[in-house]
Design a protein around this ligand. Structure first.
Ligand code: UDP
Length: 385
């Protein structure tokens, strides 16, 4: 008998997303693999989602992400309306074996509030678990609602009550890892890339300073707040500074930009992103936060680019120091490691990605967790993997 999963992607963006959308991208990567393994997928998303699924249920016709710019009292009903639609659906039918939920905070709260009559549920924690301490610290999902993380280090820092509900972690994956070991070797340039949202936690200011100090060309790729292109940010008025990432960029990163040694190119996508990463001497992650999942890390490895990073969050789980990258706890050392990264073998990075970070590996792992959640075991008996 086949398994039917309600995959709750939430009301914010379509699946797949048309641009930015980390969680929606994970779902778009996971669902085809699950279906290949025989799982029926009912997707709870917005009406404009185009991912092939067995059924789509939605409350909103299109993505509500833009509403997040509005004050709390105007936006707080959006996720609740979506979740109310999911609960209606779950109550009206009896074919859903499990809910796989990805909606921050509200998804977990609603599924636990359904009580013993609700279906088994797995809630994936895609974010920093220091958030929502009142929700996570007092969680009681009984034997029915479980959570998983995207790295072991993320869960290790979680509040006790949340860890007690955990069935382990599943590393992120990338379609770029499929056949990565068979792709021809990329031509390497001199440049180094920092790929990600421009944000204090991602540490672009540190990367830029070290590039100027040590002397390596650095390309910063990623959005600054809502601005994806340098010309859009330049055209934005003074009110753009209300966004903390815009302030960070102007105050801490822009002073290092010289259009030559250190450049900000805005968001790169598709082929342009892949070529930029594949041709880089290293992908630099000068992190100042505990990176929970690190999609860009596994993408770099899949493209044969060694990772140089502060040894924070999931980095030591994803990168093997001396083989697929170079890690340090001393941020001042990152510059020298960038210079040394040229000695690492791109083929090792690609082999590692092909073995560990494909969508098929991720889907098999989730399928195992679904089975575990469905055959309900008292929380105390579950050892996080
Ligand atoms: N990304 C991109 N273009 C950019 C910057 C980032 O496509 O210019 C993508 C990147 O390839 C990755 C995602 O955005 O797939 C970022 O995910 P990650 O987990 O690395 O960071 P998050 O932003 O979720 O903390």
């Amino acid at each position: 008998m086949s398994l039917t999963v309600l995959m709750n992607a939430g009301p914010w963006l379509s699946v797949p997303p048309s641009g930015y959308g980390g969680i929606e991208n994970v779902i778009a990567t996971l669902v085809p693999e699950l279906r290949r393994l025989g799982v029926r997928v009912v997707l709870a998303s917005v009406g404009e989602s185009t991912l092939p699924v067995d059924e789509l249920v939605s409350v909103f016709p299109d993505g509500q992400f833009g509403a997040l710019q509005r004050p709390y009292n105007q936006v707080c009903g959006v996720a609740q309306a979506h979740l109310a639609g999911v609960v209606r659906e779950l109550r009206a039918r009896d074919d859903i074996d499990l809910v796989h939920d990805h909606v921050e905070a509200v998804g977990l709260a609603t599924l636990t509030a359904m009580g013993p009559d609700g279906p088994p549920a797995l809630h994936t924690l895609h974010w920093d678990l220091a958030k929502h301490p009142a929700l996570y610290g007092n969680l009681d999902g009984g034997d029915r609602v479980r959570v998983n993380g995207v790295s072991a280090s993320q869960l290790a820092r979680a509040p006790r009550a949340l860890r007690d509900h955990s069935v382990g972690h599943v590393h992120l994956s990338t379609p770029l890892a499929v056949g990565a070991e068979r792709r021809s070797r990329p031509e390497k340039g001199e440049h180094v890339v920092v790929l990600g949202r421009i944000n204090p936690g991602k540490g672009q200011d540190l990367g830029a300073r070290l590039a100027r100090q040590v002397g390596f060309p650095l390309v910063l790729a990623g959005p600054v707040g809502p601005y994806h292109r340098p010309e859009d940010l330049a055209a934005a008025g003074a009110e753009a500074r209300q966004n903390p990432d815009v302030r960070f960029f102007h105050d801490e990163v822009a002073p290092y930009l010289d259009g030559e040694m250190v450049r900000w190119v805005g968001t790169v996508a598709g082929r342009e992103r892949d070529d930029l990463l594949a041709g880089a001497r290293a992908a630099l992650f000068p992190l100042r936060w505990e990176e929970p999942g690190g999609t860009a890390v596994v993408e770099a490895l899949a493209l044969g680019t060694p990772v140089v990073a502060t040894a924070r969050g999931c980095l030591p789980e994803l990168v093997e120091h001396g083989r697929t990258g170079l890690l340090t706890t001393d941020e001042e050392e990152l510059g020298e490691l960038v210079l040394a990264a040229g000695l690492l073998d791109p083929d090792e990075c690609r082999r590692e990605a092909a073995a560990r970070f494909t969508p098929a590996v991720m889907a098999e792992r989730y399928l195992a967790l679904y089975e575990r959640v469905r055959h309900l075991t008292p929380a105390a008996d579950l050892q996080p993997a």
